[in-house]
Design a protein around this ligand. Structure first.
Ligand SMILES: *[C@@H]1O[C@H](CO)[C@@H](O)[C@H](O)[C@H]1NC(C)=O
Ligand SMILES: *[C@@H]1O[C@H](CO)[C@@H](O)[C@H](O)[C@H]1NC(C)=O
Length: 236
């Protein structure tokens, strides 16, 4: 009996725990951060002193857990095209232009140093209610910055995605909310989406070693798994 249990143990350890909301328990990786190297479609912010964590406060921030590479449909690299694209995957601008919380800054290593977010978008559950609904019940949202400083003008978008509680909890991030938020957006992007007669589908490359796993430097001390999704969004 004991032997049987022992032989099952590796299987149990190898099976990630699944949670009802579809996320997985943060995995603690032992890999080290990789040295920045040349990338295609974006530039590693760390080359020029940037990082994959934004500045929510001077010391803590949220992980930049999705990059949309410049090998994507050129239209979605523009402000208007990006708006249409994120609408197609279920996000929109803030409810009635109400902006709560403060603006986050990020250093994308493009020579702009710490710059304020260019976009803040929230998941909308029902078109009729728009993001006002999300503002009340909580949900997925992201901030985005464009890598367009003169030292690395790639035009790639860097996103900090997270899932939060409803407004009664002052928009706190849910446990594991960085991984969950990222995975929800990625799932929608890979499924493919349409807006205004245009359709897109994303291709993904998962990267480790750009961002340290865990909660060091992360706002609210909510651990994240250190994985960054590199998306290339194709017009189809
Ligand atoms: C895309 O990014 C690469 C860096 O990986 C850069 O060399 C290239 O010029 C960029 N392309 C455009 C159109 O900005
Ligand atoms: C960089 O991109 C953002 C977002 O598209 C835009 O608001 C800003 O004007 C751009 N900066 C420059 C120098 O083009």
């Amino acid at each position: 009996m004991f032997k049987v249990l022992l032989s099952l143990l590796p299987v149990a350890l190898a099976t990630p725990l699944s949670f009802p909301w579809g996320g997985q328990e943060p995995v603690v990786h032992s890999w080290a951060l990789q040295a920045p190297k040349a990338e295609s479609g974006w530039t590693d912010p760390r080359i020029l002193g940037g990082q994959f964590i934004d500045f929510t406060t001077p010391r803590y921030g949220e992980p930049l857990n999705i990059v949309i590479s410049n090998l994507s449909d050129p239209f979605i690299l523009t402000d208007e095209g990006f708006r249409q694209y994120y609408k197609s995957i279920g996000f929109s601008e803030e409810c009635l232009g109400l902006h709560y919380g403060h603006v986050h800054k990020a250093n994308l290593g493009d020579g702009d140093e710490r710059k304020s977010e260019h976009v803040l978008a929230r998941q909308h559950y029902f078109l009729r209610w728009g993001t006002c609904w999300e503002t009340l019940i909580g949900g997925n949202h992201f901030r985005a910055w464009k890598q367009n400083g003169t030292m690395a003008d790639t035009g790639a978008w860097f996103l900090a995605v997270s899932k939060e509680y409803d407004s009664t909890r002052n928009h706190m991030i849910v446990p594991n909310g960085y991984n969950i938020g990222r995975d929800m957006l990625v799932e929608r992007a890979l499924e493919g989406s349409s807006w205004n007669g245009m359709s897109w589908v994303a291709e993904i490359e998962w990267r480790e070693g750009l961002l340290e796993a865990g909660y060091k430097g992360i706002n609210h001390a909510i651990a994240q798994d250190g994985r960054v999704a590199i998306l290339t969004v194709h017009r189809v």
